[in-house]
Design a protein around this ligand. Sequence first.
Ligand code: ADP
Length: 649
Amino acid sequence: MYTEKYKLLLVEDDDIDIISFQRAIKKTGLNYELDICKNSTETFEFVTKKKYNCIFLDYLLPGIDGLELLKKIRELKVFTPIAIMTSQGDEKLAVQMIKSGAFDYFPKAEINPDYIQKVILNGVHLWEVENKRLKAEKEIEENNNRLTAIVESTDNNIYAIDKLFQIISFNSSFKNRILLQQNLEIYIGQSIHEFIKDDEIINNFKACLKGQSLTHFEELNVNNQYNCFETTYNPIKSEGETTGIAIFSKDITENKNFQKELLKAKNDALFSAKVKTEFLSNMSHEIRTPMNAIMGITDLLLEDSAFTGISLENLKSIRYSADNLLVIINDILDFSKIEAGKITFENIDFDLRLRMSELHKTFEYRSKEKGLDFLINIDKNIPNILKGDPYRLNQILFNLVGNAMKFTSKGSITIDVKLQETSDNECKLIFNIIDTGIGIPENKQSKIFESFNQAYTDTTRKFGGTGLGLAITKNLTLLQNGNININSKVGVGSVFSVELKFEKSELEKLEIDKLANEVYDLSKFKILVVEDNVMNQFVAKQFFKKWNTEIVIANNGVEAVELLSEIVDFDLVLMDLQMPEMSGFEAAELIRSNNSPVLNSDIPIIALSADAFLETRKKVIEAGMNDFVTKPFKPEELYQKVLKYVIKH
Ligand code: ADP
């Protein structure tokens, strides 16, 4: 319902007619305002200045007829409903006026309140309908313009075809691509067969016309180079029926190249990581082999009572430096393994108290030398045998106790092992390593766990070390789902706390413990040592001599197999892995094979190698060997392993 005042314009030159119009309209009771113009010039001025709801136009005006005036008003883009009034009725004229945009036509004799009101209400209604239509048209037009702008703004190729494979729409990108590709100007109505010859694409069109959307990757020659496009075909539907296809094609050459580069970079990185691991494995092997001789001979000399005074001190220095060098080599190796995600953990039964007493033995000498008390307290509720990785536990504690020894000059170092939590099959232990050393400033406490980081820049000069120890310790702890924390005060000391979970073991005691206290005596056993390095042959000979047995040496796998084929009473083979002519792996495989030439193909074989990588250990077992000892070997460990297998046998 129209609530505002009706704005009306009467174009009329005859005063009498004006008065009768005014009278009639007044009687309608409508709320209105009426302007009056007497000629065309005034009319143009009024209609452009003000928006009317309805215009009443006299057909006969001075100098211009109503039809002409009507057309001119419309030319001014004024679409207000116009009703024409004439002095006498003329059907022909009426038709002409309506055609030119008038909405009503009536003789002046009809000017009475009822009629005028009817015309006004009709006009206003028409005006509203017309306005809505104009608005909708405008919106459609604006939307179309925006869509065109969007379609044109992209460098994706967009086009559409009808069922007859004729172009119905396309954007500039598509047009330019075809121009560049085939030197062809495309146009609406053109058959796509003129420029698309590829059967696969035509088949895609056919499939899409059946109503199926699809995406396809295409290699197209653009500007003499092959570009890769990702194209989607979408059916255009009208009342449920497919009437055409809209095609969106995106040049993804750059993405593809980027992907290729990424893949190459990834492969390069993997390759260089592999090279790094291989290099480290080789380096470790190369360094450990002479280290074995240095450490072995030093151990032997240290036991020789002929060395006293300064010579003994010098020997101790060699042994100490060799130990340090080995720690550094092992740290670097471990660090690289952690970085390469190659670190793995054992899950074996071990005696915690025995391990802790071994750790105590390792540091006993050093603590006495420095005048420090060194204590280990173990919670009595912790079971004797646990299941986990005793080597990594030892490595963690060795690092922390080593640091505590390094940074403490008076007072004590204590390892406190407590049972924190226990469940049916697990124990959570906390190891507190407490020292009364120099302490670590608070702002450095988180940094010291980063690789190659030390609390003070002069640490290496004063105390030695690489700054890798704690980074490795932390990683080894986290990788076992454990936790490490520090609590330290400068000048008072530090507490490093390590939380680790272990499985509960089904065993009460370990078999190996029985062997631990036996006298070193292998006199009843005959051992074949396969080793190509003369210095290491020498070291092995010396140790086994100490353990009361003479060994037989083979310089490589071939010699070993020959000896084992001739002599029957060997009890054990100690096998180096990398040797000329025949490696330890090949020799072991041959010994264990069905057509083995040796007299006892079940003989225990222990690999003795400088290569400490877990893969190597796996390969050793796969080749049929029984166990593994790393070089430089710990005399005790080697002895225990040899004894274990010769006794079993
Ligand atoms: P490294 O001992 O080879 O320098 P670590 O990663 O083991 O490397 O230790 C990093 C640094 O943390 C040490 O250089 C030292 O500054 C500090 N730090 C570690 N443990 C202690 C400790 N118990 N007391 C004082 N400072 C320590």
